[in-house]
Ligand binder design. Structure first.
Ligand code: GLU
Length: 306
């Protein structure tokens, strides 16, 4: 059976991009008799208060997209001990090291950049001696990175097709834990999807480039990787990324203007699932859903659709 998931970061109300991701995760699983679980990605508790998690659940239920469980959902903020166990597996193998680099050092003009704009870590702190570590620890709490091999990780995305990255060259040693002790998304997402039994991950194309390092973590931690489907980004009519700051696209405002089937139907039209923006329920869309209808390129929200 297909087990998909929603994994929202509740740093605000959902916007249309978040909703498209939930809709496609739901359709992809349900159209093939599967289920969808809910995990709240609130590792950063300062940015992710419970009120937003509650609002997301309420919005999903109102839209006809309620998750199938668990009840209560998985909250990442409550799972540090679990992440620690998996972190320790890598640490015991000598793959984890403290990094004292400041933000400005990391973003120095000469720093190589990834295709997604992130900095590729130069490995500055990789070979510090115990004395150097002790010395640096006096003035700064380190973050913790995992040492990646010079290896190409390739996979075939269910929607976007083949994708590959050489971890050392294209990604670099990445964070497992922040200086304040919060575990990194890359580790938490792998551990959680594996332990929740998720075998299908549907998420935005902005995370395509995180997938090789996550696949490597699955392998190193002895966990089974899911199948991945990355969906195109939904952009405003003028090509801008939608964000939670786009108040007019937030569920709060949309709910004041439209019925749930109107929102779902318009969104289904925007992403190729219907030939007109007529009202639709998720259940009706599931009957004719295939990934082949969804474009691979970014989707521009037609002007005046919402
Ligand atoms: N929490 C992430 C987000 O809301 C999604 C992570 C994932 O799907 O792997 O963007």
């Amino acid at each position: 059976m297909i087990t998909g998931r929603y994994a929202p970061s509740p740093s605000g109300r959902m916007h249309l991009g978040n909703l498209l991701c939930c809709l496609l995760a739901w359709l992809s699983a349900k159209s093939r008799g599967g289920q969808v679980l809910l995990r709240i990605e609130d590792l950063d508790t300062q940015r992710c208060p419970r009120v937003y998690a509650d609002a997301i659940m309420e919005d999903l239920a109102w839209l006809g997209l309620a998750a199938d469980g668990p009840e209560p959902p998985v909250y990442q903020s409550e799972r540090s001990e679990i992440y620690q166990q998996y972190y320790d597996i890598l640490a015991r193998r000598g793959l984890v090291y403290p990094c004292f680099c400041s933000r400005s050092q990391l973003h120095a003009a000469s720093a190589p950049h990834r295709s997604d704009g992130q900095v590729i870590y130069a490995g500055t702190c990789r070979n510090l001696t115990p004395d150097q570590i002790a010395e640096k620890s006096r003035t700064r709490a380190p973050a913790w990175r995992v040492q990646v091999p010079d290896e190409t990780i390739a996979f075939t995305d269910g929607h976007m097709g083949p994708y590959a990255e050489n971890l050392a060259r294209d990604c670099g040693d990445f964070y497992l834990r922040r200086a304040d002790g919060v575990f990194a998304y890359q580790l938490a997402v792998v551990v959680d999807d594996a332990l929740m039994g998720v075998n299908e991950v549907v998420r935005g194309a902005d995370l395509l480039s995180s997938t090789p390092r996550q696949l490597w973590l699955y392998r190193e931690l002895g966990l089974t990787a899911p199948r991945f489907y990355h969906l195109p980004l939904l952009l405003a009519a003028d090509g801008r990324r939608l964000s939670k700051r786009d108040g007019d696209q937030s569920l709060e405002n949309l709910r004041a203007k439209y019925a749930p089937e109107e929102i779902i139907g318009k969104l289904a039209f925007a992403c190729g699932l219907q030939d007109a923006p007529r009202p639709a329920t998720p259940a009706a869309l599931a009957e004719s859903f295939t990934w082949a209808k969804v474009p691979q390129h970014d989707i521009l929200l037609p002007e005046n659709l919402f």
